[in-house]
Design a protein around this ligand. Structure first.
Ligand SMILES: NC(=O)c1ccc[n+]([C@@H]2O[C@H](COP(=O)([O-])OP(=O)(O)OC[C@H]3O[C@@H](n4cnc5c(N)ncnc54)[C@H](OP(=O)(O)O)[C@@H]3O)[C@@H](O)[C@H]2O)c1
Length: 274
């Protein structure tokens, strides 16, 4: 990673966007702490609950990382998504760390036209509202921070979306993939590379980093099936209105042309990276 001085720290790192993605790019010597509430602490990884304000401030001021990537999230948990993001931003600002905050297309309400980088949030459910609140807090506390708005993470079997499709096909889970919810899936490897490029830049504020291809969740499931040698028709599908999951955004297409023009990382279409 050209231009990174000192250790890099990653907050919320054992999910879909995980240590392997980061260590592979930065080099293990530079990653001193990957954290999550369930992290064991083995192998140099640290445990941190970002809802604990003083714990965040203490850890960050002792590690003094050059870069913090906050990819921590917990669906439906305001304290993690919103309060936790504010704590991390505060800590980053205190030690002068470069902050990359990972946000989500979930903060948009859905519309036929693609969303631009700085379009204001229009959340329709608590998760989207928490991600929107996080962005507001991060931008207010640390205006130099880059806020990466991304979409469905795919690329390997750690992806919850890929596992869900395979589980639905096999009958391990019940349910169906929605035919009318469009997103712009991105390979987690592309996202990780883009994040590290952005960390090494002076870009500030929100930027869309998603794939160039909009697919419905059902279409994504059929792609997963085909890639695994399974019958795409075996993916159970239905309109979202029949899912009984409450208010959801239908069409959320992120226009990532700015990211594609300023980054060396190629943001591949979903059909090219599953
Ligand atoms: N997955 C997607 O399709 C998708 C789509 C759009 C945007 N995003 C965004 O991408 C980012 C990464 O998502 P992901 O899918 O990798 O998430 P994930 O798989 O659910 O992983 C979440 C991570 O957050 C950590 N975490 C949860 N609560 C925490 C807490 N209180 N303190 C510290 N760490 C905590 C978890 O570690 P522990 O379990 O150890 O606590 C885990 O490492 C998030 O900002 C998300 O909003 C993801």
């Amino acid at each position: 990673m050209v231009g990174l001085v000192g250790p890099a720290d990653v907050v919320g790192s054992v999910g879909s966007l995980g240590p392997a993605d980061v260590v592979g790019l930065v080099g293990s010597a530079d990653v001193v702490g990957l954290v999550g509430t369930s992290t064991t602490g083995a192998g140099g990884w640290l445990r941190l609950d970002i809802t604990d304000r003083s714990a965040v401030l203490t850890l960050v001021s002792s590690v003094r990382p050059a870069v913090i990537v906050n990819a921590a999230t917990r669906y439906g948990d305001w304290a993690v998504c919103a309060d936790g993001a504010a704590h991390v931003a505060l800590a980053a600002a205190e030690v002068g760390a470069r902050l990359v905050h990972v946000s989500s297309d979930a903060l948009h309400g859905g519309r036929p036209a693609p969303y631009l980088d700085a379009d204001p949030p229009t959340p329709v459910n608590p998760y989207g509202a928490a991600k929107a609140a996080a962005e507001t807090a991060v931008a207010a506390i640390d205006p130099r921070a880059v806020i990466v708005r991304t979409s469905l993470l795919i690329g390997d079997n750690r992806s919850t979306h890929i596992r869900l499709a395979l589980d639905l096909i096999s009958g391990r889970r019940s349910g169906a993939l929605f035919t009318d919810e469009y997103r712009c899936p991105i390979a987690v490897q592309d996202l990780a590379a883009a994040i590290w490029e952005l960390a090494d830049s002076d870009y500030a504020g929100p930027i869309n980093v998603a794939g160039p291809e909009a697919l419905s969740r059902a279409e994504l499931g059929r792609l997963v099936a085909a890639r695994h040698g399974l019958d795409p028709a075996s993916v159970p599908t239905q309109p979202s209105a029949e899912g009984g999951l409450g208010p959801r955004s239908a069409d959320v297409r992120l226009d990532s042309s700015l990211a594609a023009s300023i980054l060396k990382t190629r943001l591949r279409p979903a059909s090219g990276c599953i």
